[in-house]
Design a protein around this ligand. Structure first.
Ligand SMILES: Cc1ncc(C[n+]2csc(CCOP(=O)(O)OP(=O)(O)O)c2C)c(N)n1
Ligand SMILES: [Mg+2]
Length: 562
């Protein structure tokens, strides 16, 4: 279908594109609305935006260029939004992603949904057709606000006279708990028009109210009576200003703690009270231990990762979070504390305890759990590959990974030592997160070593992003677990005694990888030693390296969805 433009809008667009304004931010030419947008975004501390341009995105990225704000060209808009999500997590400021209208916008939604369910501050800007054409049957045109409404905290129009205040409000909203994405729609005529506005201050995010004193007192009383309590830390705790309060809490009460997948690393998992991740590989081993508790203390537990009823049985629950627990009728709620997490956990990190766990019992469980994750295998297996990555990556290093059977194995097996060192989506659980997450992490924290571990299915979905890592000279080893299958779905088929259909990525064994993908060197590894050496080299390189670890994933049938 040809794009239909009215003569008025054509004139408007042409005029806009011939305006000489390349150095608008240097002061001598007309400032447009996109110049104003860039100034407001910079005021919010946003340093870069990820995306893919089209004709109507050009004015915005040109203002970014002139205003000294990096535009990071990605291979797919979904990756741009995943990257923005991770910048939000790493920096605490909204990440920014940008797309054209219609298909650019729909591609973007895959990552925007991640920021919505996993709760990361994000701004998504779609650059739309001129307002005069809205509502018409025009090439690539769909109603953006309808598209973004279910996956954002707000979907806002950028219109002359209200641009600075709308961006200020979007930033405030994105950073207000529960943090999340805000969509901004920018029609082309608005983008290129001379601005009539000045910058405005960005109001601080609204703070959650502290939990009620009586609620805290009752929680303290429950903890003081519990002999075998276990803390389970969840994703809301990732956004605590003082995550060290979590360690103070468990140490004060000598309470063993587990985490959900996303909350790993909030307390160093080398801690003697750590029992590891729940509801991932060998989840039954964890469930058995959790069900031996006389009180589960959910700390920032967000049920979007996994519902309490999946594992808690009839153990009473003390839920401490920013929101009330979303549970079915089977869950025995002893008490709930709702409010700002830092101010709730601080007093709970004092008070009396009756805990009679011994460190020996906790250590014995941890060892049993970790051993169960590593069945003996004749050939190079995912669990060996994951151990190699953990051994080679320095403690402060960042792991970004993807969604599949490998996620379950990594979640249970990996020891995370610091907040923001373990990047995954679990609320949204979308394939395609790992590689853009690694790119964003390395851009946000160039000082830290960053490794991506992804499945071969996820690699096929996002391999174009290796070119992005190359373009920006990012030394990211990208370890691809070549197991020939969408292994997680294969395991589900096996569990249901179904035929293996539609899940095999290739029938023949993997051979030697190609010399490169888009100029990014690729190497194969068929043993732990070969993987370790390739990884060390890749961490010291000037750009990304694809390392294809050819693994036999048959142990997943024992360890995943046990
Ligand atoms: C966008 C998206 N599509 C489909 C799925 C369903 N899904 C979850 S894991 C998975 C398989 C991933 O395969 P691979 O990357 O090879 O990882 P493996 O399971 O083999 O470790 C699929 C298809 C999903 N989570 N997200
Ligand atoms: Mg696979």
């Amino acid at each position: 279908m040809r794009r239909r433009l009215t003569s008025t809008s054509l004139t408007r667009v042409r005029t806009a594109h011939t305006v000489a304004r390349p150095d608008a931010n240097l002061g001598n030419t007309v400032a447009t609305n996109t110049d104003l947008i860039v100034r407001m975004l910079k005021r919010a501390g946003i340093g870069e935006g990820f995306g893919i341009p089209s004709g109507n995105v050009i004015p915005l990225i040109d203002s970014m260029r002139a205003g000294g704000m990096r535009f990071v060209l990605t291979a797919h808009e979904g990756s741009a939004a995943f990257a923005a999500d991770v910048v939000g997590r790493m920096t605490g400021r909204p990440g920014l992603c940008i797309a054209t209208h219609g298909p650019g916008a729909t591609n973007l939604t895959t990552g925007v949904g991640c920021a919505y369910l996993d709760r990361s501050p994000l701004l998504a800007i779609t650059c739309n057709i001129p307002t005069a054409q809205f509502g018409r049957r025009v090439q690539m045109h769909i109603p953006h606000h309808d598209l973004f409404a279910p996956i954002t905290k707000a979907s806002l129009e950028l219109r002359p006279g209200g641009i600075a205040t709308t961006i200020a409000e979007a930033v405030r909203l994105a950073l207000t708990e529960p943090v999340g994405p805000v969509h901004l729609d920018l029609p082309e005529d608005v983008a290129v028009a001379e601005t009539s506005e000045s910058e405005v201050d960005i109001p601080p995010p609204a703070r959650l109210s502290p939990a009620a004193q009586e609620a805290l007192a009752e929680a303290q009383a429950l903890i003081a009576r519990a002999k075998r309590p276990i803390a389970v830390i969840g994703a809301s705790a990732m956004r605590m200003h003082r995550p060290e309060l979590l360690r103070r809490f468990v140490e004060r009460h000598r309470m063993p703690f587990a985490t959900t997948t996303m909350a790993k690393g909030l307390i160093d998992e080398a801690h003697p009270l750590a029992i590891g991740c729940i509801e991932r590989a060998r989840r039954q081993v964890q469930r058995e231990f959790l069900r031996g508790a006389d009180l589960i203390v959910g700390l920032g537990y967000d049920t979007v990762e996994v519902e309490y009823e999946a594992w808690i049985k009839n153990v009473p629950l003390l839920h401490v979070d920013i929101a009330r627990a979303d549970v079915d009728a089977s869950v025995r709620i002893a008490h709930q504390v709702v409010g700002d997490l830092d101010s709730a956990i601080e007093p709970l990190a004092g008070g009396l305890s009756a805990c009679d766990w011994t460190e020996a019992a906790i250590a014995a469980h941890r060892e049993r759990f970790q051993a169960s994750l590593r069945p003996r295998t004749a050939s190079f297996s995912p669990h060996q590959a994951i151990d190699v990555v953990r051994e080679v990556l320095p403690k402060e290093g960042v792991l970004a990974f993807d969604v599949g059977a490998h996620t379950h194995q990594i979640g249970s097996q990996w020891a995370a030592h610091a907040p923001r060192s373990f990047l995954i989506t679990n609320g949204w659980s979308s394939m395609g997160f790992g590689l853009p997450a690694a790119i964003a992490a390395k851009l946000a924290r160039p000082d830290l070593p960053v490794v991506a571990v992804i499945g071969d299915g996820c690699f096929q979905m996002t391999c174009g992003e290796v070119a992005v890592a190359k373009r920006y000279g990012l030394a990211i080893p990208i370890v691809v677990l070549d197991d020939r299958w969408l292994a997680l779905i294969k395991v589900k088929q096996q569990r249901r005694n179904l035929a293996l259909y539609g899940t095999e990525l290739q029938a023949e064994p993997y051979g030697t990888p190609p010399a490169h993908y888009f100029g990014v060197p690729a190497v194969g590894a068929t043993t732990p030693a070969a993987l370790a050496s390739a990884l060390k080299q890749a961490l010291a390189a000037n750009g990304p390296t694809v390392i294809e670890a050819v693994v036999d994933a048959s142990h997943y049938t024992e360890t995943v969805y046990d």
